[in-house]
Structure formats: structure tokens, C-alpha cells
Design a protein around this ligand. Structure first.
Ligand SMILES: [Zn+2]
Length: 464
């Protein structure tokens, strides 16, 4: 018998399918983010001083709303502050930047606090504050943040210290989790900008995980709740950054915090912020964290996420790591007097310097890269890779540099200054290996130089 012929089952089925999520709050947040963006958090390389000053400003700007206290200290003695607000019965614990170089959520959390303080008398925020008690440990790893590194001052990954609890930062997180016996936990991270949504060129700008609590990856009631809440958040992502959401691998890691916190009875949601086109400082990631975390609070306060099926979570495509910054497709490369067609996968790596970072390009892979994607793709079919010439004298002006580029030069003699982006080379006659090592070469078509790739940067010669 076809159960759908039964009128009641049919009506119920229609009801289930007709559930449509109310996105109005998410839309409001998406639109007002500019108003609530906290100054000084434009870039990813933030240090604890900025966080401490943001906490102080938040607490004093909205008296009676936020309470702050020191709940521990780092290996190097930096305080670990926690902000708490709301008067409800449901405890929500959030922590960010357990990995010192993953600051996106930290930046977004202060934007959200600004919004909550400012809108404390609106029905929506009132409802959040009366239903929830929220605790935030922003920048759990301030020593790592100081160096913009993943690990803490012991050189260990805090997310592998949930069992042994060697580090004071991990001890603090565990103690707070236990003392609250939090109902919900948000573990806020950044992931590599080279993660994509499986079999698509889209960056995994936000990835979610309802962490597993055992090797069997079983689903209990709480993990199912976490999956449902993620399903709810996924619909928000689809509204604003469609196709940019990944589902993080749920292999059980017995030493990780997310996995253990789920095991200890807190509904745990992992949020990983990845890359987005033309957005190295993750402004969009910050905005989406603001929208998603704010929406999650409302969804928990109203239980609205419970209407979402856990299957929505399982249908989110998986994370993959198939992106380069630049992919050059099907370029002709001459080796041993023969031509070969190759794809080149190029990344622009960040090298820390005093004022921030500089980009240093490297060729990550060569050959058939047809299953890979990139932030920028050059279709070089019919183009030949030409090794640039080395200019033996000092370059004096931009005009001269541009003329040299048109003549096929992009290396210079070894000198520290005056080479206008040309790489200094000792060898008088640059080789293909030099071109690869420095990611510096021309693309030539029909005997004419058209494009210069200069340390991974694309320069169109028609512009010169
Ligand atoms: Zn992380």
C-alpha cells in the first residue's frame, strides 16, 4: 500500500515539506554588519592587546549586559578572559582562536557583542538574553596569536591536549566546560584557504562539523541536535554564499576538544572559516561568522532549529582540498628540446614580516591538474612557457622596467635594491628550474610575449 494515499500521512508529509526557515534575522544581521563592525579588527593578525581593549570597551559601553572575568592564564602568563551575558537557563559556551593564527571568529564575536549590546531592548535580543546564558572565551591561545602561529608557547596544538591537559589554556577550557556543563558549545576555527567544496571550484568558506564522540561515529540525541542546528545554519549560508559550505570530516580524534566536549555531553558545533574570492583578510568570513553565530543563538533560544531534519546536515557536501591560488592550464613547456603540455598549480604563501606579511609564490604541483581548481585560472592552451632573461645592470626607473619586461627580462643581477620586483639571480643564463623556483616566466603565443607571471603575480603585457 502506498502510505501517501492515506490522507493524514499525506497532510503530514506536506507539513514536513512545507517547513521553510525564517531567514529574517539572518538577513537583518547580514545587512547591519557594517554598523556593528568593531574597529581595529580589519586584518587577521590581531594580538591579545586588541582583544583586551575590545572587552573593556564592550563591558563599559553596555553596563549591566556583559560581565568579564579572568578564568585562567596562558603559558607566558597572559590572562584568559571570559565574557558572560544573558540570564537564561540554557548555557552556551563559545571559544575562538584556540589556534593562534585563526582569528576570524574572534573578530566576528566582538561585532556580535556590539550588536547585542546596542539592540538589547529589541524583542529578538531580549529573547536571546532571557533564554540563554552565554559565555565566550575569545582568543584561547593569546601566546600563539602573538606570533600568529597555530600552537601555544609550548609549541603544542591545544586541540590535541583535551585528554592530557598539559597546557594551562587546555586546563582552563576543560574546567569552564565542566563547571558550566554547557548545553551547547561552539568551537570556532579557521581552515586553509585551499579547501573547496568537493568536486566544485568553490571555496569551503564555512565548514561545519557535528563532532563525533566515538570511533563508531554514532549519533546520540545531542549529536543529532548539533547536526540539526548545523542544518539550520547551512540554509543561511545558502542564502548569502551559496555553494560555499563544506561538511568537515567526522573521524574521531580522541585527543581533540570538540570530540571530547561532545562526549562529555555538550552539543558541539565546529565552525571552520575558509577562504573566499579576493578576500585574504577574511572580511566575508568575519561577516558570515557574525551572521551565523547570531542566528545560532536565536535558533537555540527559540528551538526553531529543531524543525530541521538532521539529513540536511548529511547532505552538505564534504570539504576537499583541491584549490590553488593560481592554476595555469595546458601550457607548453620545453624540456630536452621537446614540448610537453602541463598544468601548473601555484600558491601564494604568506611570509610573516614586521608589518604583516609578504607573498611568496611556489609551484605546488605540475601535470594533469584537471581535478583541481584555483582562485584564478589562466587557460594557457596554445601558449608556451618562456624563461625570462636576466638583466645584468641596475634597473633605475619604472619606465625602464616596463620596457625590459616587454623585451623578455624578468630577472636581474643579484642586488637588494633597484630590481623592481625582478628576482636577483647569480646565474647569467636563467634555467627552467629558476623560472619554476621563482614562479617567474612569460607566456608566449604566436611568437609574442603576452603574459608575465612574476613571483606568482599576473602581469598582462598589453597593459605595459
Ligand atoms: Zn583550528
Amino acid at each position: 500500500m502506498n502510505v501517501f494515499r492515506h490522507p493524514l500521512v499525506y497532510i503530514l508529509a506536506c507539513f514536513v515539506h512545507s517547513y521553510s526557515q525564517d531567514l529574517s534575522f539572518a538577513k537583518e544581521l547580514f545587512e547591519n554588519h557594517e554598523t556593528y563592525k568593531v574597529e581595529g579588527f580589519e586584518q587577521r593578525r590581531i594580538k591579545q592587546a586588541e582583544v583586551l581593549s575590545a572587552i573593556e570597551k564592550t563591558v563599559t559601553q553596555y553596563p549591566g549586559v556583559f560581565q568579564s572575568r579572568i578564568v585562567g592564564k596562558s603559558v607566558q602568563g597572559r590572562p584568559l578572559p571570559m565574557l558572560s551575558f544573558g540570564n537564561g537557563a540554557i548555557d552556551v559556551l563559545m571559544w575562538s582562536q584556540m589556534h593562534g593564527n585563526e582569528s576570524t571568529a574572534t573578530r566576528a564575536l566582538f561585532d556580535l557583542l556590539h550588536f547585542i549590546g546596542d539592540q538589547q531592548d529589541t524583542p529578538r535580543v531580549k529573547n536571546i538574553l532571557s533564554a540563554l546564558r552565554i559565555h565566550i572565551i575569545p582568543m584561547l591561545n593569546p601566546d600563539g596569536a602573538q606570533e600568529f602561529q597555530r600552537e601555544n608557547a609550548l609549541g603544542i596544538d591545544l586541540n590535541r591536549d583535551a585528554l592530557r591537559l598539559v597546557s594551562p589554556e587546555a586546563q582552563t577550557l576543560k574546567r569552564i566546560r565542566d563547571s558550566l556543563d554547557a548545553d551547547y558549545g561552539f568551537n570556532l576555527h579557521d581552515q586553509s584557504r585551499y579547501y573547496n567544496v568537493e568536486r566544485t571550484p568553490k571555496q569551503a568558506s564555512i565548514s561545519f562539523l557535528a563532532t563525533a564522540y566515538n570511533y563508531e561515529k554514532e549519533m546520540n540525541e545531542k549529536r543529532t541536535d548539533a547536526a540539526q542546528l548545523i542544518g539550520y545554519l547551512h540554509a543561511i549560508n545558502e542564502q548569502f554564499i551559496p555553494g560555499h559550505t563544506g561538511r568537515y570530516n567526522d573521524d574521531f580524534e580522541p585527543r581533540a576538544f570538540g570530540d571530547n566536549i561532545q562526549l562529555w555531553g555538550t552539543r558541539l558545533i565546529l565552525v571552520e572559516t575558509g577562504g573566499f574570492p579576493e578576500d585574504r583578510e577574511k572580511s566575508m568570513g568575519r561577516k558570515m561568522n557574525y551572521v551565523l553565530i547570531g542566528s545560532a543563538l536565536e535558533a537555540v533560544a527559540t528551538s526553531s532549529f529543531e524543525q530541521v531534519e538532521a539529513s540536511v546536515y548529511w547532505n552538505i557536501p564534504e570539504n576537499d582540498r583541491k584549490l590553488f591560488d593560481l592554476k595555469i592550464e595546458k601550457v607548453l613547456v620545453t624540456v630536452a628540446q621537446q614540448s610537453f603540455v602541463l598544468d601548473l598549480g601555484i600558491n601564494l604563501n604568506e611570509e610573516d614580516v614586521q608589518s604583516g606579511f609578504v607573498l611568496d609564490a611556489s609551484i605546488e604541483d605540475r601535470g594533469d591538474l584537471s581535478t583541481y581548481y584555483a582562485y584564478e585560472v589562466i587557460d594557457a592552451e596554445g601558449y608556451e612557457l618562456i624563461v625570462p632573461k636576466r638583466y645584468p645592470k641596475k634597473i633605475k626607473t619604472n619606465k625602464q622596467r616596463n620596457k625590459l619586461i616587454r623585451e623578455g627580462y624578468a630577472f636581474s643581477r643579484l642586488n637588494k635594491e633597484g630590481n623592481f620586483g625582478f628576482t636577483g639571480l647569480q646565474s647569467v643564463k636563467p634555467s627552467l628550474e629558476d623560472a619554476y623556483t621563482h614562479v617567474t616566466f612569460f607566456l608566449q603565443k604566436d611568437g609574442k610575449l603576452e603574459i608575465l607571471v612574476l613571483n606568482g603575480e599576473i602581469i598582462k603585457l598589453s597593459d605595459y
